[in-house]
Design a protein around this ligand. Structure first.
Ligand code: C5P
Length: 263
């Protein structure tokens, strides 16, 4: 018997960096939204744990977030069964679309199902934060206010959005480098927490300036996208994808990927 699950991408509709923490992480206020772009994960009983991926450029060893989720779940619960996990990848990597984090969340969810639910949803959420800052969001209902380093997730009612077009350049941005390139002028937490929890999203991303410093081509891309008829153009997470809202048309660039999500 096998279990098939979709593992959706996310975008940050807005992202404010409101401080730096003693542990080196940054304090965020963001609104995240799942997309209908998704990877697919299949779990089958096996003699050994094994991950296979249709994209040969993705490492399938112990450092893959799917394998880290599997190890963490087994350590936490004592669950002993082994699985052959197949990952069919549609979400691009180094895109700011949360692909790896989503795969980890889906793996925790699947294992909990296969192990007859030893963990509650809030225990799963707490465990998921050990894998990465973006992982807990994927236990929300699809639109959420995200605070802390990303691990505090409050589901919001769905926000009325126009058509979303996403463009992913052929190059990525390293999340660590992007946070490292941040200045020291932080946004004000209380103001944005209040506005965003009321669904007043402003399509601003404080990580853009650092990412544009690292990859000036991203600043040029944003300018071009802004002249294509969209109502809003904003980088997602630490890049390099941009989400564009409204009726504009994405320009064509060789090697760049495009995705569309209807409201
Ligand atoms: O949590 P995750 O492993 O996904 O984060 C990757 C890197 O991004 C961290 O090592 C840190 O440099 C940066 N980061 C941060 N503040 C956050 C989330 C990530 O500084 N809230």
């Amino acid at each position: 018997m096998s279990l098939h699950l979709l593992s959706p991408a996310k975008v940050n509709l807005c992202l404010r960096v409101v401080g730096k923490r003693a542990d080196g992480y940054h304090q965020l206020v963001s609104v995240m939204q799942t997309l209908n772009l998704a990877d697919r994960l299949t779990f089958e009983s096996s003699k050994h744990d094994l991950l296979e991926c249709d994209d040969p450029s993705i490492p399938t060893g112990e450092n893959n977030l799917v394998m880290r989720a599997l190890r963490l779940f087994k350590d936490e619960t004592g669950f002993k069964e082994c699985f052959r996990i197949r990952l069919d990848k549609k979400i691009p990597v180094e895109a700011g679309l949360g692909g790896g984090s989503s795969n980890a969340a889906t793996t925790l969810f699947a294992l909990n199902l296969l192990a007859n639910s030893p963990l509650t949803n809030s225990e799963l959420l707490e465990l998921s934060a050990k894998i990465g800052s973006d992982v807990p969001f994927f236990f929300s209902t699809g639109t959420a206010l995200v605070t802390g380093r990303g691990e505090k997730v409050t589901s919001l009612g769905s926000i009325k959005l126009q058509k979303i077009s996403i463009i992913k350049p052929s190059f990525g941005v390293s999340t660590i480098a992007c946070y490292g390139a941040l200045g020291k002028n932080f946004s004000t937490a209380a103001k944005y927490e209040k506005a965003y929890s009321n669904g007043e999203v402003d399509f601003m991303n404080d990580l853009e300036a650092g990412a544009f410093g690292l990859s000036p081509k991203l600043a040029e891309l944003k300018e071009q996208l802004q002249s294509c008829g969209f109502d809003q153009v904003v980088m997602s997470g630490s890049g390099s994808s941009f989400l564009c809202l409204g009726d504009g048309e994405l320009p064509y660039f060789d090697g760049y990927k495009m995705f569309f999500s209807e409201p």
